[in-house]
Design a protein around this ligand. Structure first.
Ligand SMILES: *Cc1c(COP(=O)(O)O)cnc(C)c1O
Length: 385
């Protein structure tokens, strides 16, 4: 089945009793047994729920995996990955990961004896230098937020195979429409479904996808043992949204490309970053790595640009009308954010300086509205800047 067909059909059979075309919301906590221990395969809602299963199977198919495990948030999914390990184990992670991931790894699970090295994973040599005898996993986010720096997943996967360590990839920024890490050799893919997968800014959720049976058994055990599962209605909303994932991702990429080109031509900006702009330092890698399953390259809807002062950034942000000033990303509506004071305020100033996240940086999450309206909105906000 091709991607767009799988997005609509994978994991979903007609409901057997009524023939309902869309899987029902099984809003229940428990299931009747005919005799003690004799059941339908469904015992208790934390362990099994048919609506959740349909969503898990659907995303697993889109990521070219075999098993999906849904969680109540992206962070719940990431925290469950960390529970594969034990005291003394070492993890190498992309230095500019999502702020909540950094906070969880350093301030929560770090207290229980997991050790972390934070490196710029865009250069494989940095990963090699950080490797120790206790390294068990490399955790990559590509492209990074908000700097849009890429890591070469195929190269890193070869290294992980040689060293027999796991490769986990946070694929939230591109969705499986534009990047499928398991096909490139990764072992674990994780998402905040809150972003592009759900795409309508009305659910918080997460998912893990794998294609290895042993890992699948471990995550099945952890999902049930830790218990950070989503409710049936949230699972159903994500499942509903996935049907339009290919259409939405194409529209996000098309609009973002136009906006990135417009910003690049404007004198107000020192830098404009979008992986599909030939000026992006890793343009070639983006062309290779960011590919839909029918061969089109594209980089979703995140565009960042830098003006030379906080005041200028603030001025632009306050004048935008269609772009809403808000955290989060990946929804059909366009958002804009000032990472230094909003999403990344908790990142220490030294770290922000190290990764180039200046006070003049503006991050656009380009939605699927009409591109002309979006361009006009930006143009009017830039008047006089
Ligand atoms: C939002 C986000 C997360 C965290 O997901 P939640 O659903 O908010 O818990 C993790 N990784 C990335 C890249 C994100 O953008």
């Amino acid at each position: 089945m091709k991607f767009a067909t799988a997005a609509i059909h994978a994991g979903q059979e007609k409901e057997p009793r009524t023939g309902a075309v869309i899987p029902p919301i099984f809003q229940n906590s428990t299931y009747a047994q005919t005799a003690p221990g004799e059941h339908t395969g469904y015992e208790y809602g934390r362990t099994q729920n048919p609506t959740r299963e349909a969503m898990e199977k659907n995303i697993a198919a889109l990521e070219s995996g075999t098993h999906g495990f849904a969680f109540s948030s992206g962070l719940a999914a990431i925290s469950t990955i960390s529970q594969l390990f034990q005291q003394g184990d070492h993890i190498i992670a992309t230095e500019n990961v999502y702020g909540g991931t950094y906070r969880y790894f350093t301030q929560v699970i770090g207290k229980f004896g997991l050790n972390f090295s934070w490196v710029d994973t865009s250069d494989l040599q940095n990963i090699k230098n950080a490797l120790t005898t206790t390294t068990k996993m490399i955790f990559i986010e590509t492209p990074t937020n908000p700097m849009l720096v890429l890591s070469d997943l195929a190269d890193i996967a070869i290294f992980c195979r040689e060293q027999q360590i796991l490769l986990a990839v946070d694929n939230t920024f591109l969705s499986p429409y534009f990047q499928r890490p398991l096909e490139l050799g990764a072992d674990i893919v994780v998402h905040s479904t809150t972003k592009y997968l759900n795409g309508h800014s009305d659910v918080i959720g997460g998912i893990i996808v794998v294609k290895d049976e042993t890992l699948a058994e471990k995550f099945s055990f952890l999902q049930n043992s830790v218990g950070a599962v989503p409710g049936p209605f949230d699972a159903w909303l994500v499942l509903r949204s996935l049907k339009t994932l290919p259409l939405r991702m194409q529209a996000h990429a098309k609009n973002a490309g136009k906006i990135a080109a417009f910003l690049s031509d404007h004198p107000a900006f020192e830098t404009v970053s979008y992986p599909d702009l030939p000026s992006h330092p890793q343009y070639e890698l983006a062309q290779k790595q960011h590919r839909s399953s029918d061969g089109k390259s594209g980089s979703a809807g995140m565009v960042t640009c830098i003006v030379d002062s906080f005041e200028k950034a603030q001025n632009i942000l306050c004048k935008l009308r269609i772009f809403t000033l808000a955290e989060s990303l990946g929804g059909v509506e366009s958002l804009v954010c000032h990472p230094a004071s909003m999403t990344h305020a908790s990142v220490p100033p030294e770290m922000r300086a190290k990764i180039g996240l200046s006070d003049g940086l503006i991050r656009f999450s380009v939605g699927v509205e009409d591109a002309d309206d979006l361009l006009q909105d930006i143009a009017q906000a830039l008047e006089g800047v």
